[in-house]
Design a protein around this ligand. Structure first.
Ligand code: ZN
Length: 316
């Protein structure tokens, strides 16, 4: 029987149910708190998170993966409060948003240090808690993979092989190089989501097919960031264009290689988001697929089967 690490302890794979693989309670860059406009009492963040996750749960959602990495205001104590209040299976991550988002403390650390850090957070716990990370987050800096990104990817690949958890990436830029680095550490592409393939600034249908052909997941994980919404964020895409992008993958036979999520921030720290919630997976995305005639078994595979296969910890 497979298991997944949640912030309240490991659970069997069968309990996952409908899962959003790339979400955030709060996400900010170092220094965001210097802008007092964005200050929010913690009670308000908790209330907002509980409301959105309760909506998601009422619609059938069961599992929520927070991909806020080290240094972007990840807060495992907050996640435990929210998990207890909502009954959602809450998965936290280790890893980093991107190399350019890391604090200077990490810049001169060797690969081995980062590998040990990730392994510790997966096998012992995050910060000073016993809440173990269930996934590893990595990402590409603006302009393409930097040396720091590559160091993080190398460490993440080694930690994923050592612990059996999957890797989810921020951005699909340099997708083949991302997979090359991870594969060189002995990690199968089947354990990787190349994320944000549906970000409006980075659409490349040929890349999507190449990622799927290699066995990795294509992350259609910005669902709800639509050009129709205001304020408009640079990574938005028209709702119908995203749907078409996904349908093309399904029609090409790659339903097994698609990972879906909303990437919604309950509390954006230091930036303005359009109205957005993980619940849109079930209020907009699934209904859009039904309207296109996609059958229920395929929708179930996208929302339940694929996340379960991805998140289940692989035995060494
Ligand atoms: Zn994200």
């Amino acid at each position: 029987m497979g298991v997944i690490n949640t912030v309240l302890g490991p659970i069997p794979t069968e309990q996952l149910g409908i899962t959003a693989v790339h979400e955030h309670i709060n996400f900010g860059q170092n220094g965001w708190y210097l802008e007092s406009d964005f200050w929010t009492p913690i009670s308000e963040t908790i209330a907002r998170a509980e409301q959105q996750l309760a909506d998601y749960r009422a619609l059938g959602g069961r599992t929520y993966v927070d991909l806020t990495g080290i240094g972007n205001f990840r807060s495992v104590e907050l996640y435990r409060v929210i998990a207890r209040a909502t009954g959602i299976n809450f998965v936290a991550c280790t890893g980093f948003w991107t190399g350019m988002g890391t604090r200077p403390f990490f810049w001169d650390k060797p690969v081995e240090y980062l590998t040990d850090l990730f392994v510790k957070e997966i096998t012992v716990g995050i910060d000073d808690t016993a809440a173990k990370a269930g996934v590893i987050k990595v990402g590409v800096s603006h302009g393409g993979l930097s040396d720091m990104d590559k160091k993080i990817y190398t460490a993440a690949g080694r930690a994923a092989v050592a612990t059996g958890v999957p890797i989810l990436t921020h951005l699909s830029t340099d997708a083949m190089t991302q997979l090359d680095i991870l594969e060189a550490q002995g990690l199968s592409p089947e354990r990787v989501v190349i994320g944000h393939a549906d970000a409006g600034v980075d659409i490349d249908r040929k890349r999507d097919i190449a990622v799927a052909q290699r066995g990795a997941f294509v992350g259609i994980d910005n669902i709800g960031y639509e050009t129709e919404k205001t304020p408009r964020v640079p990574w938005a895409q028209a709702r119908k264009d995203r749907l078409r992008q996904l349908l093309d993958l399904l029609e090409a036979g790659y339903v097994k290689n698609v990972a879906v999520s909303a990437d919604a921030d309950v509390q954006p720290l230091g930036w303005k988001s359009p109205p957005h919630s993980v619940a849109e997976l079930l209020t907009r995305f699934a209904p859009d697929l039904r309207e296109e005639g996609v059958d229920e078994s395929m929708i179930d595979q996208l929302l339940v089967g694929n996340p379960a296969r991805l998140l289940t910890i692989q035995e060494a």
